[in-house]
Write a protein that binds this ligand. Structure first.
Ligand code: NAP
Length: 266
């Protein structure tokens, strides 16, 4: 098995990686550590936080299975603590077949006014904001039906696993990752006698799409960790992605226990 690692940039995380490599190297000659996507690893181990895992999936894409070791607090994508390295390495090398949990993504098509299209995807979410302090203005179509003209700080289209991230901070619903859906949530919409939005998050099934017709000449588009300024975007269409991110699960940690640990018990 070929394994790659992606690390948060701190000394403790690098120590954990070193320990992992030593333990695997001492116990196996069938597992090897590789350096980058061109080496086509079977497994990518992210060591850090949920943000590190987001970095890993954008670096390595849909092929490998992902495992997370958290060197901060228990997150949503990582299962293992550094104190459990011995147990993790034992289970990994025993070649016990892990349960593969597949998490849906958000697929986006960005179309510019000159007709260019750009296909993008996110594991957590797409965020759309105006690139200045003035409001974002976007007409929202759901499956071809015009819903509203949004005015406000921004819009988020999140995946189920991204529903606990930025989406939750704007009071979006938490969606179990086994549900293939996307969620459209508002960031500080203007609702008064002149402007009106639905002012609730909308959860769309797999066969529906949301189209955002952009009125601002310049916008900020966020895709997980990556942010960019885009000029002359005409529309952004989002739907549930056809490809999923695969997590290798060697122990039972339910999504709802992660929700409790992250937001209730701490
Ligand atoms: P960051 O600003 O350094 O950290 C964002 C926080 O969100 C971190 O604590 C991160 O956990 C956590 N997080 C990431 N994915 C999550 C998920 N699926 N469920 C629950 N928490 C999650 O940014 P970052 O580390 O590069 O992460 C990028 C993410 O930040 C974006 O995808 C967006 O969802 C989120 N974000 C949130 C807000 C907000 O809540 N107001 C604003 C902007 C962006 P770790 O500490 O374990 O890495």
């Amino acid at each position: 098995m070929k394994i790659a690692t992606v690390l948060r940039n701190d000394d403790y995380t690098r120590e954990v990686e070193q320990a992992l490599k030593e333990k695997v190297g001492a116990a196996s000659n069938t597992c090897s550590f590789v350096e980058g996507p061109n080496d086509e690893p079977d497994m990518v181990i992210s060591i850090g936080g949920d943000g590190t895992l987001l970095e890993a999936v954008h670096q390595y894409g849909f092929k490998p299975a992902y495992v997370g070791i958290h060197t901060g607090h228990l997150g949503f994508y990582a299962d293992w603590r550094p104190e459990e390295l011995d147990r993790f390495v034992h289970i990994l090398l025993e070649e016990q077949q892990p349960y593969i949990a597949e998490y849906p993504t958000v697929a986006c098509k960005i179309t510019t006014r000159n007709g260019e299209t750009h296909d993008k995807w996110a594991l957590n979410e797409l965020v759309l904001r105006n690139n200045s302090l003035s409001t974002l203005v976007a007409c929202v179509y759901i499956n071809g039906t015009e819903l509203e003209t949004f005015r406000g700080d921004g819009l988020i289209v999140s995946s189920p696993s991204g529903s606990t991230a930025y989406n939750k901070a704007v009071n979006g619903a938490i969606v179990h990752p086994s549900i293939e859906a996307i969620q459209l949530s508002e960031i500080a919409s203007i609702n008064n006698q002149a402007y009106r939005t639905i002012n609730s998050s909308l959860v769309l099934p797999k066969h529906h799409e949301v189209e955002l017709i952009v009125m601002n000449p310049q916008i900020m588009v966020g895709l997980d960790r990556e942010q960019g300024v885009w000029n002359d975007v005409c529309s952004i269409t989002c739907r549930v992605g056809s490809e999923k991110i695969r997590f290798a699960r060697y122990k039972k940690l339910t999504f709802w226990s992660r929700v409790r640990n992250s937001f209730i018990t701490g």
